[in-house]
Ligand binder design. Structure first.
Ligand code: GTP
Ligand code: MG
Length: 622
């Protein structure tokens, strides 16, 4: 029997629920300074100072229990005990943003009607102080008839009082909860009158309204400006991609040198046998060629995390709303699409914040066109090998510009596909964006570092598990059966992998792909960066003995023509190669049909785009 108390974190979007959850449980749930960061319930556990075990669940933010978007429905169902898998929470901990009391109290009043044990965390007290908002906690407590505990979820000291108060109150609440637990009765409330009441209470409890933040106003005047706004957004993204290239160069060289040294050491210290080949050509060549991209991925994530935490991200959504509306996309699609730059999987999940099912479907369908971080290894490898490292116009770097162009190709294609879909299969009116703009904040360094650390862990774990196993399988397929004694071509040509590659080549030869590329595409289905690892292994095995230590870049320069390299880049702008994305699309659309539609249309465009690139480049270069 599980006797732990069940605590549910409920509140408006962006109130700081996940930050509080992390502070209480010591976990690292994603937080972000925009509404809709959390789209699923997440559970954790902690112990109060009185030794009481508490199961706490972090929920998606919601403006009202009658909200209809899929993420907010989760919250309603959990709060009302309507989920089979989730027992009714014993206590609701309602998280309220102290700088936005009036809006947030409406939900408090709505929850109060349920008659469940409840506490309030009055969060973001630090920001309230910054903005000279002075709240009378006692007055608020007595007006609501609910205990109110001030918190600063992002500071360790900021939850101390909560932890003590929780202990005190929870002991009472245990008894209350131990009594019968009737399912709360719920009917949609008259939100207007609740809003009025919330306004009245907020007024009573506010000693001083604070100043309108001058900085917020000035920054918004700039960032949301009709002309300057989009220019700044574009410039910011441009700098981001330049930085991914420029700053990562040196650390990448170090990693590359380290990996090279490791390979050399193994070659020197092991006898020339199958084990050495497996380690050097399989594991090190494969995993190494992916791990070397860690610095670039870190830089990209650092930018995205900082943009998220500062509050700029939501301004981006606001700016993009008009452009997105012109192709029939919902402005709410911006954040899911932006998250897809990290990975399409959280991006597709984030579409749960979109109410309109058709808009949501359109957004899911185009999410894989945003360039995810797994594509960085593919792009940068090919760019490093085939695009000259030249300055353009004095300031820009040609390699960085090509990378930017590849990202842009994905974005533009996504807008076109969305436009086509909205006029055909997902026809219907879409809503415009109504989004609360969060407060600007300087990103907290500790959060940033922890966020990056989480990403590194995931990346390394993937390189370790996923890439390692595929590389070993690939090495086996690529090494056996052995080549005949009178072989004229590299051994791999005669192996199983070589044979499969040659069959696939029939399909891919028209668009300029060699059999080595074709065979590497197959493990690339597991995850796109595995393609790079696979190329590493395949070319390590096709190289002659003295070539073993040469880098993949120089191997590719010898083996591929420029049109082929460009065609592979074009392929990866579109190719739906990651099976995990397709699996999430299936789950989120709840339809095999839509999943196959996604895979089908992306593959068709990928093939065409690669073909057109190859044919055009061949015609120009000759
Ligand atoms: N300064 C300050 N920032 C906070 C505080 N609590 C949360 N934040 C920041 O506010 C933003 C929102 O926090 P989250 O924990 O993601 O909010 P949430 O309620 O989980 O939001 P949703 O998941 O979108 O409903 C993040 O950038 C946090 O770092 C606080 O007490 N003080
Ligand atoms: Mg959250």
């Amino acid at each position: 029997m599980n006797s732990a108390l069940r605590l549910a974190l409920v509140g408006n979007p962006n109130a700081g629920k996940s930050a509080l959850f992390n502070a209480l449980t010591g976990s690292r749930q994603k937080t972000g300074n925009y509404p809709g960061t959390t789209v699923e319930r997440r559970a954790g556990r902690f112990q109060t100072q009185h030794g009481l075990e508490v199961n706490v669940v972090d929920l998606p933010g919601t403006y009202s229990l009658s909200a209809t978007s899929p993420d907010q429905v989760v919250t309603r169902e959990v709060v009302l005990g309507q989920r089979d898998s989730e027992p009714l929470p014993d206590v609701i901990l309602c998280v309220v943003d102290a700088t936005n009391l009036k809006l947030h109290l409406r939900l408090v009043l709505e929850l109060k009607q349920l008659g469940r044990p409840m506490l309030i965390a009055l969060n973001m007290i630090d920001l309230a102080t910054r903005d000279k908002i002075d709240i009378d906690v006692d007055a608020l407590e007595s007006a609501l008839g609910i205990p109110v505990i001030p918190t600063v979820a992002v500071r360790r000291s900021g939850v101390k009082e909560l932890s003590v108060e929780l202990s005190n109150h929870l002991n009472d609440l245990v008894e209350e909860a131990a009594k019968t637990k009737p399912l709360p009765a719920w009917q949609p409330q008259d939100l207007k009158s609740l809003q009025k009441e919330a306004g009245r209470i907020a007024k009573v409890a506010t000693r001083s309204e604070g100043i309108e933040h001058v900085m917020t106003r000035r920054l918004d005047a700039l960032f949301l400006h009709k002309i300057a706004g989009p220019v700044i957004l574009f410039a910011m993204l441009f700098v981001m991609f330049q930085a991914v290239f420029a700053w990562a160069e040196t650390p990448m060289e170090w990693i590359d040198m380290g990996i090279g040294a490791l390979a050399d050491w193994l070659i020197a210290s092991l006898p020339d046998n199958a084990l050495r080949s497996l380690l050097v050509d399989g594991v090190i060549a494969g995993v190494g060629s992916v791990v070397v991209f860690l610095p670039q991925i870190l830089i990209l994530f650092a930018f995205i995390l900082a943009l998220e935490a500062s509050g700029y991200m939501a301004r981006g959504a606001f700016l993009m709303d008009r452009i997105m509306a012109s192709v029939g996309l919902n402005g709410r699609a911006f954040i899911p699409l932006l998250s897809s730059f990290a990975c399409a999987i959280p991006g597709i999940m984030a579409t749960r914040t979109i109410d309109n099912p058709r808009d949501r479907l359109t957004t899911i369908m185009i999410a894989p066109l945003m360039t995810c971080s797994a594509r960085i290894p593919v792009y940068t490898l090919l760019i490093a090998a085939f695009i000259p490292n030249r300055a353009v116009g004095g300031v820009f770097n040609l390699q960085g510009m090509v990378l930017f162009a590849l990202y842009l190709a994905g974005i533009v294609s996504a807008l076109i596909v969305a436009g086509v879909l909205k006029r055909t299969v997902t026809k219907g009116a879409s809503q415009s964006l109504l989004m609360e703009l969060p407060k600007y904040q300087l990103p907290n360094l500790r959060d940033l570092v922890l966020g990056l650390y989480e990403r590194v862990k995931i990346f390394i774990a993937r390189a370790g598990k996923f890439i390692l196993t595929t590389m070993i399988v690939l090495w086996v397929l690529a090494s056996y059966p052995a080549a005949p004694a009178d072989a004229a071509l590299p051994d791999i040509y005669y192996s199983y992998a070589g044979q499969i590659g040659r069959v696939l080549e029939i399909l891919f030869a028209p668009i300029g792909f060699t059999w080595e590329i074709a065979i590497s595409l197959v493990p690339g289905m597991a995850a796109r960066e595995v393609f790079v690892g696979a190329l590493g292994t395949v070319y390590a095995l096709s190289g002659s003995e003295d070539q073993i230590a040469t880098s993949l870049v120089s191997r590719l320069q010898n083996a591929w023509s420029l049109p082929t390299a460009l065609a592979v880049m074009a392929w990866y702008v579109y190719a739906p190669q990651c099976l995990a994305t397709l699996a999430v699309a299936k789950r989120e659309t709840n339809s095999w049909g839509w999943m196959f539609f996604m895979a089908g249309y992306l593959t068709a465009i990928a093939y065409l785009a690669a073909g057109i690139t190859y044919w055009t480049a061949t015609a120009i270069i000759g």
